[in-house]
Design a protein around this ligand. Structure first.
Ligand code: NAD
Length: 677
């Protein structure tokens, strides 16, 4: 048991209730004793305070009805009494609703401090305490209510509440019994936090309610920067759970699609604002879960917000419906209609930007969503969905199911799912394409890349070498648009170019992703690292030359770091050349001439991004004519996108309409022709 104390609504104006049982003085003495005892035992303590705004925001419905205003921000009524004043190091979370969990930062806080059990005290037993307990259960915490440190003004209701909560597994203990339990716990040698059994995440969010894990399989989630640390257990949603999520999305979408377009756009715009305000919190979660360096994570967060804002600027009545022909007394109109329920399946490497941009476009255009995030980033996903619910998007319109490939397969197979948007590896894309093909479902697939940077003599190649080191190895090569192959022309510059590239690679800061200066963080898992390292060893045995600077001391043992690696002399058909490694690894391919360079660029099955470094207009033109990728960059690194431009891979890197901006309309709507006399 790793408990934390949650003190709910112990505030002056809420203590003024005349019918309070026990009377206020008795009650406050008990609360003071409880908080003091928990402080002595080092429990994390959180105070949740009901706060209303001067302009009326946040007033509970029954207070609004009676015109009773309480706990206005900054007033003495909103403050706690001396017996419950938070000390330094204790957290206060404001809430505008019954449940403290309506504040999206509360749950991540408890997860951060490693709590698996919430000890709840406060006001009123039948109302906010009850809701706090229910939501804590939904979030997979064990719940203990301290029976002598709660109070109510509605005795019958408080008794019924106790029965109701006990039926659901909530324990009621008095303070001495609780303290016995805590003291017993401290006699037991504490498991080091790294090895502790971390919390089981909810299995799904359906109809706006988080569903607790109820015996489904779980997958252990580890911290890529501290591999011995288990961050949590992620449940794998079963078919039944997926079915409930799809049914909820279907039902909510029937109403949502009838809402005026302007309303839908405004609601999604509010989400973008909310995400902007929450960017730091999301970034913190994402860095811990996927090891993305801070500076890159900040870029992702900015892109997440911008992608929504840009998409919304392209959605207008004029785009949705138009008259296409008038003949005699008749007209024909073409209108874009929502698809229904869209399955959103996302990878871990952009845990916030990709899902947010897909979900925003889908719902702004009138669809419902069931989202299956990658299993590696549950906390970021929970925070993202919570923020969506907080801005008033109807519950059920966007549902989340955690899980792996089995969950995704079940989702795709549901009849009510009319379309699938997937970002992931090509292997996954092939299976999903087959499943969608068999059911004639619309698919947008953004898949793996094996991106080439072609460097010619006609450029400032020393600065290009430095740029490629940063963009090839940044985020440990786990950006989908990272350069993976370096095609050098002419071969005579190879030695000089590689010397500059190697120097620049040695200069990269490799380390903790939380640090501002870090360029190369860990890979996502030990398994991925071992896989790529085995391939590098294979190459070495077959005569390839490998450059690999030493990693800073201890990193390799601590987490999934792999040294940035430059490898040359591989056979063109070698797996490291042909397959996306998604690792800090650059393959060097010298070209005999420009034709050969173009051939090499295209001689892989992927076709996501390619770039050419050349000031020569003719070379640029030929590159543009012949390159087989969905994104072409001239004198720019392969990484970097504008959200107004279409983003989608060719060949095995993608299928269906590209993403972002105006292009979203092509995927998330279907045309209908309407003829009228
Ligand atoms: P992945 O393909 O393993 O998983 C992506 C998502 O698909 C996850 O939610 C996963 O659970 C689900 N999934 C896995 N197998 C499935 C199956 N058989 N059927 C249905 N769903 C399945 O990819 P990943 O490791 O999470 O992410 C890295 C990959 O994503 C890389 O290949 C990278 O290039 C690609 N990616 C592409 C883009 C792009 O825009 N082209 C962007 C980011 C990442």
């Amino acid at each position: 048991m790793d408990p934390a104390l949650l003190v709910v609504d112990v505030q002056n104006e809420l203590l003024e209730e005349a019918r309070l049982d026990p009377p206020v003085e008795t009650y406050l003495a008990r609360v003071r004793d409880l908080i003091g005892a928990c402080r002595k035992r080092g429990l994390p303590i959180v105070h949740a305070h009901y706060i209303t705004e001067a302009d009326g925001r946040g007033v509970l419905p029954h207070h609004a009805e009676t015109g009773r205003r309480r706990c206005i921000r900054g007033t003495p009524g909103a403050a706690p009494p001396p017996q419950a004043v938070p000390l330094d190091g204790e957290y206060v979370f404001a809430k505008h609703s019954y449940s403290p969990f309506s504040n999206p930062d509360l749950r991540p806080h408890f997860v951060r401090v490693g709590a698996d059990t919430l000890v709840i005290a406060g006001l009123y037993a039948h109302a906010c305490v009850r809701q706090a307990a229910l939501d804590a259960l939904e979030h997979s915490f064990r719940v203990v209510i301290v029976e002598d440190a709660i109070a109510s003004y509605d005795a019958a209701h408080a008794v019924a509440t106790r029965r109701f909560l006990e039926d659901r597994g909530v324990e009621y203990l008095d303070t001495p019994s609780l303290l016995d339990r805590l003291d017993l716990r401290s006699d037991v040698p504490r498991v080091p936090p790294a090895a502790s059994k971390a919390a089981v995440h909810p299995v799904a969010c359906i109809d706006g309610q988080w569903r607790a894990h109820t015996g489904q399989a779980v997958v252990e989630q580890r911290n890529p920067s501290r591999w011995e640390q288990v961050l949590g257990q992620v449940p794998v949603a079963d078919v039944e759970t997926v079915g409930s999520a799809v049914a909820a999305a279907s039902e909510a979408q029937r109403h949502w699609k009838q809402r005026p377009l302007a309303d839908r756009i405004a609601a999604v715009g509010r989400w973008a604002d909310r995400l902007k305000a929450q960017s730091d919190e999301l970034a913190r979660l994402a860095i811990e879960e996927v090891g993305k360096p801070l500076v890159e994570t900040r870029v992702e967060m900015a892109r997440m917000v911008e992608s929504i804002q840009v998409a919304l600027t392209y959605i207008s009545e004029a785009e949705i419906e138009r008259c296409v022909v008038r003949k005699g007394s008749g007209i024909a109109r073409a209108r874009r209609c929502p698809l229904g329920v869209v399955a959103v399946i996302t990878p871990w490497n952009n845990p916030a930007f990709l899902p947010a941009s897909k979900i925003a476009a889908a719902i702004a255009l009138g669809n419902g969503v069931v989202w299956k995030p990658a299993i590696e980033c549950p906390r970021t996903s929970i925070a993202l969905l919570t923020s969506l619910l907080d801005v008033g998007i109807p519950p059920g319109l966007v549902n989340l199911v955690f899980g792996d490939a089995t969950t995704a397969r079940a989702l795709i197979a549901m009849d009510a799912v009319t379309a699938v948007t997937l970002t992931g590896s090509t292997r996954t894309g092939k299976e999903v394409a087959a499943a969608c093909g068999a059911r004639i479902k619309r698919l947008q697939a953004e898949l793996g890349g094996n991106n080439a940077a072609l460097v010619t003599r006609d450029c400032d190649w020393p600065s290009v070498a430095r740029e490629i080191a940063v963009h090839g190895f940044g985020y440990a090569g786990q950006g989908c648009t990272a350069a993976r192959r370096l095609i050098l022309l002419p071969a005579e510059i190879e030695e000089d170019f590689l010397r500059v590239l190697e120097d620049a690679t040695r200069g990269l800061v490799i380390g903790d992703p939380q640090h501002e200066s870090t360029a190369v963080g860990p890979m996502i898992s030990m398994k991925r690292r071992q896989h790529v390292e085995r391939r590098v060893e294979e190459g070495r045995r077959n005569g390839a030359r490998v450059f690999q600077p030493e990693l800073p001391d201890g990193l390799r043992e601590r987490g999934c770091w792999m040294a940035p690696t430059i490898i040359r002399g591989l056979d063109e058909q070698a797996a490291l050349v042909q397959e996306e490694t998604f690792a800090p690894l650059l393959v060097v391919q010298p070209a005999a001439d420009f034709d050969d360079a173009l051939r090499l660029c295209n001689a892989v099955r992927a076709g996501l991004v390619a770039s050419i470094y050349s000031e020569d207009a003719h070379s640029q033109e030929r590159f543009l004519e012949e390159i087989e990728t969905g994104v072409v960059r001239i004198n720019l690194p392969t990484r970097g996108i504008h959200l107004e431009a279409p983003f989608g891979g060719w060949k095995e890197s993608g299928l269906g309409p590209p993403e972002h901006g105006v292009w979203d309309l092509d995927f998330y709507t279907r045309w209908q022709a309407v003829y009228e006399r």
